[in-house]
Design a protein around this ligand. Structure first.
Ligand SMILES: Nc1ncnc2c1ncn2[C@@H]1O[C@H](COP(=O)(O)OP(=O)(O)OP(=O)(O)O)[C@@H](O)[C@H]1O
Ligand SMILES: [Mg+2]
Length: 292
């Protein structure tokens, strides 16, 4: 057997030893009656939301409406005042910490701002969750996996040895995504991944995300302000306002909703520009060139 085959069989053995059965239910995330408060201030009040398996769910809402707090609640970093959150069918609000560990290694997270550890190289950043959950992995294997994840997100292989400060903003986002994908997650949480990127960089990131979602069979909880992202890659969009998810659906479905924030957001001038870009893109994609 060649060295290459050896290496792959090591990876396969470790993967199959640790891999839990993939979730095959309809909703990997179910939130019911969620209330979050800081002191007397309620951020969420009896919020409900189900996320479908295999979808990219866009999560939108004005600044301060509690999108990041919602994400933090789902991944167990924010203890809710009330309500239930099920992830992969397990109630994480009531589970003991060691029960949650079995669920935590099935999701990947890119936090708002995408903070990578600045004193670690990209490859070492990707290895952080691997070392945390699989301390027995050899350094050789850690390097292999980090290099594979780096390339998977469209970065050149040599980016693995660079420090975050040596990368452009767009490359840093990809590096953050590589770290979020380190554990082969089924669920991906992304908080404003394209914020600060120019439109072309943002569109490329969107394309990558859609492709990875489809090929790796991910479910994605994607907080974004980016209308282009919503139009280009989200299957459904959930709207946070009035301390709840006031609507969830496809963009055409949301356009039917007469809530003032939804109308202003999806029918405002920026939304019209994003629709026009999206329609133009679809026309150019047609093989017969019709409408281009
Ligand atoms: N740890 C905390 N302690 C107290 N208040 C908090 C804490 N975290 C968030 N908040 C408050 O909760 C509210 C919702 O914050 P959150 O970060 O979820 O907003 P957001 O919708 O993500 O906004 P943005 O679009 O600006 O990122 C804000 O008023 C914020 O100040
Ligand atoms: Mg936020």
């Amino acid at each position: 057997m060649s060295e290459q085959d050896d290496r792959h069989s090591d990876v396969d053995d470790i993967a199959s030893e640790h891999a839990p059965d993939r979730f095959d239910g309809e909703f990997p995330i179910r939130i019911h009656g969620l209330t979050n408060a800081f002191g007397d201030v309620k951020i969420h009040d009896q919020l409900d939301l189900d996320v479908k398996r295999g979808e990219i769910l866009g999560v939108v809402g004005g600044s301060g409406t509690g999108k990041s707090v919602l994400m933090r609640s789902i991944i167990g970093l924010q203890v809710p005042t009330e309500g239930q959150i099920e992830v992969f069918g397990q109630n994480i609000t009531e589970a003991e910490p060691d029960e949650v560990i079995g669920v935590r290694n099935r999701w990947g997270v890119l936090f708002q701002g995408g903070a990578l550890f600045s004193t670690l190289s990209v490859g070492e950043n990707v290895q952080v969750p691997l070392k945390q959950f699989y301390p027995e992995l050899s350094q050789k294997l850690l390097d292999e996996i980090a290099s594979y994840k780096t390339v998977l997100t469209g970065l050149p292989e040599e980016a693995a040895s660079k420090f975050p400060s040596e990368l452009s903003g767009g490359m840093r986002k990809r590096a953050g995504l590589a770290r979020a994908l380190a554990l082969d997650p089924e669920l991906l949480f992304l908080d404003e991944p394209t914020a600060g990127l120019d439109p072309i960089g943002g569109a490329k990131f969107d394309e990558l995300l859609r492709e990875l979602t489809d090929t790796l069979g991910l479910t994605v909880f994607l907080i974004t302000h980016d209308l282009d992202t919503l139009y280009a890659i989200c299957d459904r969009v959930a709207v946070l306002a009035d301390k709840k998810v006031i609507a969830v659906g496809t963009i055409p479905e949301l356009l039917e909703n007469d809530h003032p924030w939804i109308q202003e957001y999806f029918n405002g001038p920026r939304a019209r520009a994003a629709t026009a870009t999206h329609e133009r893109g679809k026309a150019l994609d047609k093989p017969d060139g019709q409408g281009a």
